[in-house]
Design a protein around this ligand. Structure first.
Ligand code: CA
Length: 398
């Protein structure tokens, strides 16, 4: 759960800019932080233990200000996050952890499918925690860049977590911004909301699936989750609908939306009632439209992006056997690709001689630059996008 924008993987790094100067500044900054540690609840011995021989990782400072080089359409975003693989993996996890999830649902009144969907999107069910040592990233961001006060708080909190023995220090890696564990909590979120569900006395969001899933359920419960309720309703807009009426926070009752001419996407009437909902149009008035209820807002609070909340919401529906496609199609004739298809794109690019690094199904900057180069050669718009048409084009020999 990043509170920050996630730039595309491997965005430009300011990296090696004057390393010697950075090292000297970093040493000075660390000694300042060391002096503050006891007042922040961190013993000097703890501070020393985890910062000995620490070098800054200047790449994370680059991520802080990186602007995505390429934009991502909502249908591409969802095609990668909610694909058959993630649905099948999530359903397997729901079976494997059925007893734990039932106990979590009983205690926190949060639907298991929503918790598992967060897990699937945040770390691919524990397969991808992020590789950067948390202490190093947060110490660097505490000393360089434009959000040092925020990151200093996260840094000291991380040291408290280690001091209290919740997480194995060797396993404490995460995103460049400090989100870690199965469901990618920031350290401050850990302090507020992490729970020990397996009863070993540690709140271990890295080593314990029960702790991580229960902590996520606790987060969603505090964010106002309503057990057993839908996150939203896909709707059909009346002809001539003014897009200006949309907005997640522009709440009206279902009865009011009904009066405004909205129906369910299949044309049947909306349920009446005083439940309030916002309206989101992720691809404008010509794409799928959704009334979003309170559970959508709870998901939004996990990571403040409507596309993110929609991905979790849709994955949770699919884990319960819901349909793959929304009723209204995305307004494109060139649909997005699953991760399996993205890996195929990457293999085909490599076969054409592009050096794009690892075949990981993630369309990072290297892959997208290679695609843009190929598009240029073929006289196509070089948008760096991997869609259905590009895949079919790559599959053709030579
Ligand atoms: Ca525990």
């Amino acid at each position: 759960m990043n509170t920050l924008l996630r730039p595309l993987a491997a965005a430009c790094a300011l990296a090696a800019a004057a390393p010697a100067l950075a090292d000297a500044d970093f040493a000075r900054c660390l000694s300042e932080l060391r002096a503050q540690a006891p007042a922040k609840g961190v013993a000097t011995a703890t501070f020393d233990q985890h910062t000995q021989a620490l070098a800054p990782d200047m790449a994370v400072v680059g991520f802080l200000d990186a602007q995505p080089e390429f934009t991502t359409a909502i249908w591409d975003y969802l095609a990668g996050l909610v694909d058959e693989e993630r649905v099948a993996d999530g359903q397997a996890m729901m079976r494997e952890w059925a007893d734990t999830l039932a106990a979590i649902e009983a205690r926190y009144a949060v639907d298991a499918a929503a918790v598992v969907a967060v897990w699937g999107v945040e770390s691919n069910y524990g397969r991808n925690f992020g590789r950067r040592p948390l202490v190093q990233s947060l110490a660097t961001l505490s000393c360089f860049g434009r959000r040092q006060p925020f990151f200093r708080g996260e840094f000291f909190t991380t040291l408290q977590i280690l001091q209290d023995g919740h997480v194995d220090p060797a396993q404490l890696t995460g995103s460049w911004a400090g989100a870690f564990g199965h469901t990618q909590f920031m350290p401050s979120t850990f302090m507020r909301l992490a729970v020990d569900f397996d009863g070993d006395g540690r709140r271990d969001l890295v080593g314990s699936v029960p702790d991580a899933l229960a902590s996520t359920a606790n987060f969603l419960a505090r964010a106002g989750w309503q057990h057993g309720r839908a996150w939203g309703i896909e709707v059909r807009l009346p002809a001539g609908f003014e897009a200006a009426q949309a907005g997640r926070r522009n709440k009206r009752s279902l009865t009011q939306w009904q009066a405004a001419g909205l129906s369910r996407a299949d044309g049947s009437p909306l349920p009446a009632g005083n439940d309030t909902a916002g309206l989101i149009l992720p691809a404008g008035v010509d794409g799928p439209a959704f009334l979003t209820l309170r559970n959508f807002d709870a998901l939004f609070s996990y990571n403040a992006a409507e596309s993110y909340a929609l991905a979790i919401a849709h994955l949770s529906d699919r884990l319960r056997g819901g349909a793959a496609n929304f009723h209204t199609a995305w307004p494109t004739d060139d649909p997005g690709l699953s991760r399996a298809e993205r890996r195929e794109v990457q293999r085909l690019l490599i076969a054409r001689g592009y050096e794009i690094g690892e075949v990981d199904g993630l369309l990072g900057t290297n892959t997208r630059r290679a695609i843009a180069d190929l598009q240029r050669q073929l006289g196509l718009e070089p948008d760096g996008r991997a869609g259905r048409r590009l895949l079919e084009l790559l599959r053709r020999p030579g």
